[in-house]
Design a protein around this ligand. Structure first.
Ligand code: UDP
Length: 222
């Protein structure tokens, strides 16, 4: 009977990040009191059939499974891969899913787009807008009046201060610190820029470049 079919929830990616997100997903489903479901991994590499107690399916095998509804959260840090997988998921009757750790702090007027993954101890203060498929790894924060685009990735411990605009597909490395902007002149991290781990970003970063160090400087391609 259709009504007895379970719901399927999947974490796409059974590698490093995905295995860190799975326990958050498990906790979230319990907290939401969802009944009659199964929580699995999707991974297209040939890997074990069970990882940390959860079945692993290829995307094609996942599509074949019988379920009332299928929800997918993409837990792969590479934002180009994430976009490619979103396009693939959109071709089928699947729902995007956000996984949000119970320790998230989110103050006033915080808007977050679909498909986000927010790990433990992520902190948003107030008046923040974030696009689709954002990842914030643990201990990252975003302060007031920031605007963050689509497919942006924060590694662990990113310190994103107030009045910063981060454009689509930017990747911010572990422990990077970004100086605050002002309301009339926000600090801008351009589209697809990469901020190296531990970088101290004191001024706007153009689209497409990589910056490293303190103060952060453009890493020239050799
Ligand atoms: N992956 C996949 N389909 C794709 C691209 C990647 O299933 O089209 C999987 C890949 O097999 C790997 C995971 O995504 O298991 C990415 O893991 P990686 O260690 O590269 O990144 P992280 O877990 O740190 O995001």
């Amino acid at each position: 009977m259709g009504s007895s079919l379970k719901r399927l929830y999947a974490i796409y990616g059974a590698s490093g990040f995905g295995r860190g997100v799975m326990p958050l997903a498990r906790e979230q489903l319990i907290a939401e009191n969802i009944q009659n479901y199964e929580l699995v991994f999707i991974d297209d590499a040939e890997c074990q059939s069970i990882v940390n107690g959860h079945k692993v399916y290829s995307f094609e095998a996942f599509l074949e499974l019988d379920a009332a509804d299928k929800y997918v959260a993409i837990a792969i840090a590479n934002n180009r891969v994430r976009e490619k997988l979103v396009q693939k998921i959109n071709l089928y009757n699947l729902k995007h899913w956000s996984v949000i750790a119970p320790t998230l702090i989110s103050m006033d007027e915080v808007q977050i787009g679909e498909g986000a993954i927010l790990c433990n101890y992520v902190h948003f203060t107030s008046n923040i807008k974030v696009g689709k498929f954002f990842h914030a790894n643990y201990f990252s924060y975003v302060a007031h009046d920031c605007i963050i685009g689509d497919y942006v990735t924060f590694a662990p411990g990113v310190k994103c201060n107030g009045n910063i605009h981060i454009e689509d597909h930017a990747y911010i490395g572990t422990g990077a610190v970004i100086k605050q902007g002002t309301p009339d002149k926000p600090l801008i991290i351009g589209k697809g820029a990469i901020i190296g781990m531990g970088a101290v970003v004191t001024k706007s970063v153009p689209a497409g470049v990589t910056v490293v160090g303190n103060p952060a400087r453009i890493l020239e391609k050799k």
